[in-house]
Design a protein around this ligand. Structure first.
Ligand SMILES: O=P(O)(O)OC[C@H]1O[C@](O)(COP(=O)(O)O)[C@@H](O)[C@@H]1O
Ligand SMILES: [Mg+2]
Ligand SMILES: [Mg+2]
Length: 291
């Protein structure tokens, strides 16, 4: 067994154990913390801060977790002795993904990447990735050792309900972020084709939208925009861990040119265009953008 496996077990079990407290902390934290912005320049809700504090305290206390970075924190926090590697890991987390959905009571999630290299780390350095979906049921989808397992999280305990999860061969849904007038022409034309083939499912939280793609097959994208050439989503906290999961489930990911796992990390909060889903749709996306 690779030296990091028992630490990965501890990280995943801890994320599951904290999930009920994140969910329990949502009611009443629907206010936006006045004047608080995250390193990406986005307004932070009290729920974002609460989730980040819960995960930092719980994950930072794990023996073997030596770095913690989150979407809500400027810099990587050292949480143990030594560098990642040789059984020690770094955790990159989006504590509450889709937090703008709190006001409208729609699905949200938590996204976690576990690397055995210092952060920011390339997606190829991820030894595990997971997302928690706070939906009607709290579920946790985990990629490790090349396969994907979905768990129900009840009372903080993980119960496996589906193993070796694979994207369905017949895609059904698509969801594209950003505003249509802000899409570059090549993406706009691609989207016009896709919308004649698949059903629109866009809920405003990446975890919920990606889980629809994993469940039904299709494609999710938050593409490069005219106003934001690197898109909106962050490589460390959203793009790479989600790509790890979708690729382990037999799908593909792309920043428009290459797998998100191959994108060179340049800084902790770097944004990246994100496209994930069935390989055929990702291949067509890359061909459309290459023209
Ligand atoms: O509101 P938009 O522009 O559709 O963006 C939705 C995207 O923004 C996000 O909410 C950003 O994530 P955070 O809420 O963690 O900042 C994604 O979950 C989602 O895919
Ligand atoms: Mg997010
Ligand atoms: Mg977030």
């Amino acid at each position: 067994m690779a030296p990091h496996e028992s630490v990965v077990d501890d990280v995943l079990e801890t994320v599951a154990a904290v999930a009920p407290d994140v969910r329990g902390g949502l009611p009443g934290r629907r206010l936006t913390e006045a004047g608080v912005e995250n390193p990406s320049g986005e307004t932070v809700t009290a729920a974002d801060v609460h989730a980040d504090e819960l995960f930092f305290e719980a994950l930072g206390a794990i023996d073997g977790v030596v770095e913690y970075a989150s979407e809500e924190r400027e810099a990587v926090a050292d949480t143990g002795d030594g560098e990642p590697g040789d059984g020690r890991v770094a955790v990159a987390i989006d504590p509450l993904d889709g937090s703008s959905n709190l006001a409208s009571n729609n699905a949200m999630g938590t996204i976690v990447g576990v690397a055995d290299d210092s952060l920011p780390a390339a997606g190829t350095e991820l030894v595990a990735a997971a997302y928690v979906l706070y939906g009607p049921i709290t579920t946790m989808t985990v990629a490790r050792r090349g396969s994907v397992t979905t768990y129900v999280v009840d009372g903080g305990e993980m119960t496996a309900v589906e193993e070796d999860v694979q994207l369905p061969d017949e895609p059904v849904v698509y969801g594209f972020g950003g505003r249509v007038p802000d899409w570059p022409d090549a993406f706009h034309d691609y989207a016009r084709e896709v919308e004649t083939e698949l059903k629109l499912r866009y809920g405003g939280a990446m975890v919920g939208d990606v889980n629809q793609v994993l469940s039904y097959g299709g494609i999710f994208a938050y593409p490069a925009l005219e106003s934001a050439p690197n898109g909106k989503l962050r490589l460390q906290f959203e793009g790479a861990p989600i790509a790890k999961i979708i690729e382990a489930a037999g799908g593909a990911s792309s920043n428009g040119e290459q797998s998100l796992l191959a994108v060179e990390p340049t800084e902790l909060h770097q944004r990246v265009p994100v496209h994930v889903g069935n390989t055929g749709y990702v291949d067509r996306l890359e061909a459309a953008l290459a023209d």
